[in-house]
Design a protein around this ligand. Structure first.
Ligand code: COA
Length: 470
């Protein structure tokens, strides 16, 4: 538990002892019905209450006419009543002593009703209630099995916290990340950010042991919070990687933002330099955001040792593509010494290449990979490795995935960064998902793996205060 009373309230969003759904519907097809169903279906650890003036019980949960009637303290209340009823409901949560409310309801600043939004903020402030939203799809926190959203039921557990200013994108990504094997500690819909914003949430996730990486989709920063955003995130990103996808790069995109969440977008170059100052990695698209996030969530050390990275492959062409990508992304590849070449020669036939990329050839076996990975992990001069596989008939991708996983568990004592490319068909895709589920980041093409390793490298330089490998 935090000693900061405001941070304690934010904690209640994620770790409430009790939660009430105000506007819990008897109709499962309504937002308030789906949301209650999701809380129950995920096995949330705390107590659940419903508030609905028409019902005594909904889905087996006791229901009360008002939050004031619940015979228990309420930590977190989710509000799913229509906009005109929200002020009264917020007033009641205040009187009840609720710590934090997440307001799902739309129809505030984003539709020109800034007055209604100001009104609920004023009421909440008077009572010391913190607000997430309004205009959100809700909150997920997998360590407490909390899914207080009207999105998909299942989210894959993991170590990435995802904050999003786009509701539709967030909901879509709940299912997409699970399919892609990307594990999340949390998903937070930011909505209009009438009160709680990424700064408050960043402070929580910085201290949260269940989160290793903070990933954000942002359209803008709350007005008047720019300087604070910079100074707080400079601190947060020194202890945990922060990656942001900031939309509105183009002039038209910037205009589209103001009609979406009503945020002030600001110039794109201003965000670029602000992110750099704050140590925030800026991703170009959703795929890159999660590519980088799963790479950074996979590593246990950001100490940069050695003199460069190696690429291990069974396909010469893939090796060339990875080399080009390394140069384009500023990832330093190791210049191989004769001694190191001799060591890698043991992992390949005579026609292989021990230069970097290390080409094990198309006839590489799972044992060849194990031997090359062992050499890379045990050699102090090597900083990290990108291990690549092109599907070939005689090396089963599942067998290889098991061997890679075994090799990392057995030989990666120095906690070096390693990621994997699995390029091929259905079975290779299945092998890739296996690796992801074990926390070994896998990618479908060399460029994605190299870009993610380069993101690790840039972050590690920032964190350690180095400018390059020595
Ligand atoms: N306290 C508690 N419950 C109340 C209430 C009150 N003061 N007033 C009404 N309710 C109950 C209703 O009886 C209803 O339950 P029922 O279906 O069992 O009768 C439930 O709350 C919902 O009210 P209803 O009037 O049916 O609203 P709705 O479900 O059609 O719409 C919202 C409510 C919040 C979903 C809708 O206004 C909205 O904002 N939708 C957009 C949500 C969204 O997209 N958010 C952004 C995502 S990114």
């Amino acid at each position: 538990m935090s000693s900061d009373p405001e941070l304690e309230k934010i904690e209640k969003l994620f770790k409430p002892r009790t939660i009430a759904v105000i506007g819990a519907s008897r109709n499962i097809a309504k937002v308030g019905g789906t949301l209650l169903k999701n809380i129950l279906a995920n096995g949330f650890e705390g107590k659940v209450y419903a508030v609905n003036p028409e019902a005594k019980e909904i889905m087996g949960v006791p229901s009360y006419p008002s939050v004031l009637d619940i015979p228990d303290e309420i930590d977190h209340a989710v509000i799913t009543v229509p906009a005109d009823k929200v002020p009264e409901v917020v007033e009641e949560t205040g009187k009840k002593g609720v710590k934090v409310v997440s307001i799902i309801t739309s129809g505030f600043k984003e539709t020109g009703r800034a007055d209604l939004e100001e009104k609920i903020v004023e009421i909440a402030k008077k009572h010391g209630v913190r607000i997430l939203g309004p205009n959100i799809f809700g909150v997920v926190y997998t360590p407490t099995n909390l899914n207080a959203t009207f999105g998909p039921e299942k989210v894959l557990k993991g170590k990435i916290a995802f904050l999003t200013q786009s509701g539709a994108l967030g909901i879509a990504l709940m299912a997409w990340t699970a399919m892609e094997g990307i594990g999340l500690s949390s998903i937070v819909s930011l909505g209009n950010m009438a009160d709680i914003d990424p700064i408050d949430l960043g402070k929580f996730f910085e201290k949260d042991d269940n989160t290793k990486v903070i990933a954000m989709y942002l359209e803008g920063i709350s007005s008047g919070r720019g300087q604070q955003f910079l100074s707080e995130f400079r601190k947060i990103s020194k202890s945990k990687p922060v990656i942001a996808l900031k939309a509105g790069r183009s002039e038209r995109g910037t205009k589209a933002i103001s009609s979406h969440t009503g945020s002030l977008a600001g110039s794109d170059s201003m965000y670029d330099s602000a992110f750099k100052q704050a140590g925030i990695l800026r991703a170009n698209d959703v795929e890159q955001l999660f590519d980088w996030a799963k790479m950074l969530a996979s590593v246990d050390s950001f100490d940069l040792k050695g003199k460069g990275f190696v690429i291990i492959t069974n396909g010469g062409g893939m090796g060339v593509m990875a080399t080009d990508a390394a140069e384009a992304n500023g990832l330093p590849l190791l210049e191989m010494t004769d001694d190191l070449k001799q060591q890698f020669r043991k992992s390949m036939p005579w026609f292989g290449s021990p230069n970097n990329p290390i080409d094990l050839t198309g006839q590489a076996s799972a044992n060849s990979y194990e031997s090359a990975i062992k050499t890379a992990l045990e050699n102090d001069v090597i900083t990290g490795a990108v291990v690549m596989y092109c599907e070939v008939g005689f090396l089963d991708p599942i067998e290889l995935a098991r061997k890679i996983s075994y090799s990392l568990k057995t030989y990666n004592i120095k906690k070096k960064p390693v990621n994997v490319v699995m390029l091929g068909g259905e079975k290779t895709r299945e092998a890739a998902r296996m690796l992801d589920r074990e926390g070994i980041p896998s990618y479908s093409i060399p460029e994605r793996a190299v870009s993610s390793m380069a993101a690790f490298y840039r972050y590690a330089l920032f964190r350690t205060g180095k400018s390059s490998l020595q």
